[in-house]
Design a protein around this ligand. Structure first.
Ligand code: IPM
Ligand code: MN
Length: 360
């Protein structure tokens, strides 16, 4: 097979971690016998400051011509908050209709979690975050701005189709990758996370479609429901109760950061923005870490994990599993997952994974 992959290294430490990810991709390709071509794009803060351009419409069309996109990080201290997030990251998610944000929360053996008494057996679930709707649609506005009568409205918007396609993806994911499918428990379980006791309109829709699709198409998948506030509590005190979770966009944004810290932090957490029928984008979720930029101090394992997810998604399962083992190998040699405390440089971590993968 041959793939064309768009690479957006972005800002801050994005380029450094993406380099390590690509190092590992090179090794994986040799092992698994596939080839690829890379197209690099310079979207991000530097380009915006130079040209005033975030992501031109022509780029959207170009990105669509690839098999996958690998993203580093977007954000710049000299650019007002929101400009790059909306102009690059959210624009790609929306324009390419990447309506799922897939965030595995898995504690790798040897990685420290801040949760006392919990290990890789307990912290092993996946969040399916809706990635196209909710409060992220940008509907609303401010009237009489700057006065005491100012009204601010930011609406949470979902259509039936958005809810149905997200739930269908989540059910299917639970069926294929749930704890039963992985030999780790008696059931594949999908938990809908919401706030049906307050957002009654919203969860009338979500709950109904959840039951409908579950009954009709996925009777083999066990269903649960939890309020999002309680979920935060359970994610800390009993993460083992989760298998696959499905959650709307804004709540998903919040709980996936909580999940990330329980799996060892932003140095290791990766995610995918998925369009099951289109082009998907994979990213370390850590951000630009301006403090560590150019210091060879940032942890690249999240970016390497993003490459692993990309390989899985491309169907290169063997290569993905090699990368996963390579990451575990690197972890066993590292002092910490925290930037500047790893006991080695960014490049050395990438080398460890790449060398492991190269040995097959
Ligand atoms: C994430 C990020 C983005 C989000 C920001 C950067 C727009 O926090 O991927 O979780 O809110 O979705
Ligand atoms: Mn977030």
């Amino acid at each position: 097979m041959s793939y064309s992959i768009a690479v957006i290294p972005g800002d801050g430490t994005g380029p450094e971690v993406v380099n390590e990810g690509l190092k590992v991709l090179t090794a994986a390709a040799v092992q698994a016998g596939f080839t690829y071509e890379l197209n690099r794009y310079d979207f991000g803060g530097e380009r915006y400051l130079r040209t005033g351009e975030t992501l031109p419409d022509s780029a959207v069309e170009e990105l669509k011509q690839h098999n996958a996109i690998l993203l580093g990080a977007i954000g710049h201290p000299d650019v007002p908050p929101g400009v790059l997030e909306q102009g690059v990251l959210l624009k790609i998610r929306f324009a390419l209709d990447q309506y799922i944000n897939l965030r595995p929360v898995r504690l790798i053996s040897g990685v420290e979690t801040p949760i006392k008494g919990k290990g890789p057996k307990e912290i092993d679930y996946c969040v399916v975050r809706e990635n196209s709707g909710g409060m992220y649609t940008g509907m609303g506005g401010n009237s009489r701005p700057g006065t005491k009568d100012e009204v601010a409205i930011q609406e949470m918007v979902y259509t039936y189709d958005q809810v149905a396609r997200c739930l269908r993806f989540a059910f299917d994911y639970a069926r294929k990758h749930g704890k039963k499918a992985r030999g780790l428990g008696p059931d594949n379980t999908l938990a809908l996370i919401g706030k049906s006791n307050v957002l009654t309109h919203m969860y009338k829709l979500w709950n109904r479609v959840f039951a409908e699709i579950g009954d009709q198409e996925f009777p083999d998948v066990k269903r649960e429901y939890y309020h999002v506030d309680a979920t935060c509590l359970y994610m800390v005190v009993s993460p083992e109760m989760f298998d696959v979770m499905v959650v709307e966009n804004m709540f998903g944004d919040i709980i996936t950061d909580l999940g990330a810290i329980t799996q060892g932090g932003l140095g290791v957490a990766a995610g995918g923005n998925i369009n099951p029928d289109g082009v998907s984008m994979f990213e370390p979720i850590g951000g630009t870490a301006p403090m560590w930029t150019g210091k060879n101090a940032i942890n690249p394992l999240a970016a390497i994990g993003a490459v692993q997810m990309m390989l899985e998604y491309l169907g290169e399962i063997e290569a993905a599993s090699l990368v996963e083992k390579g990451i575990a190998h690197a972890v066993s040699k590292m002092k910490s997952m925290t930037a500047n405390e790893m006991g080695m440089g960014t490049d050395a971590v990438g080398d460890l994974v790449a060398e492991f993968v190269a040995k097959g």
